[in-house]
Design a protein around this ligand. Structure first.
Ligand code: C2E
Ligand code: C2E
Length: 91
């Protein structure tokens, strides 16, 4: 059997995020902006985030990580491969 693969990246599409109505995207947009500021990284079209950050965002949105992941994929803001990353934290 092959060695275990690392979990896929969680990648936010910042251009798609900017197009989502702010009443839905607001908390995520502020969170992403904070990470950009902490990294000093303002130029990216995409932003890779930590698995822990998705867990934190699920608390903020009052959803399970898997439900929030589906919403974000539905908005086009999160890469669909993120589903596999979330399987490991949604317990
Ligand atoms: P920190 O967690 O103490 O990380 C210090 C530095 O270690 C980071 O500086 C970065 O150069 C490196 N580093 C830590 N984890 C990773 C990683 O998974 N991948 C890579 N490539 N480098 C890593 P940086 O980027 O200037 O970030 C400064 C601080 O901003 C971090 O201190 C952390 O407190 C916060 N931060 C940055 N990005 C994130 C994020 O995606 N999520 C969260 N929760 N905090 C972040
Ligand atoms: P990556 O840089 O390819 O890191 C992949 C995984 O390796 C991270 O997944 C984390 O589990 C581990 N890792 C890498 N560098 C460090 C480190 O300095 N300290 C610790 N404790 N673990 C580290 P994770 O946390 O899910 O992050 C996913 C991706 O998000 C990272 O991929 C990177 O692109 C971005 N990221 C996360 N935190 C930071 C950060 O503080 N600064 C920057 N610039 N990027 C970050």
């Amino acid at each position: 059997m092959a060695a275990a693969e690392p979990p896929p990246r969680l990648v936010l599409d910042l251009e798609k995020l900017a197009a989502v109505p702010s009443e839905k995207a607001g908390p995520l947009a502020r969170y992403a902006a904070t990470i950009q500021a902490q990294r000093g990284d303002y130029n990216g079209r995409v932003l890779s985030i930590r698995q822990d950050d998705l867990r934190t965002l699920a608390v903020i949105y009052d959803e399970s990580p898997s439900v929030l992941t589906e919403q974000l994929i539905g908005w086009g803001v999160l890469n669909p491969e993120a589903r596999r990353a979330v399987e490991s934290i949604d317990r």
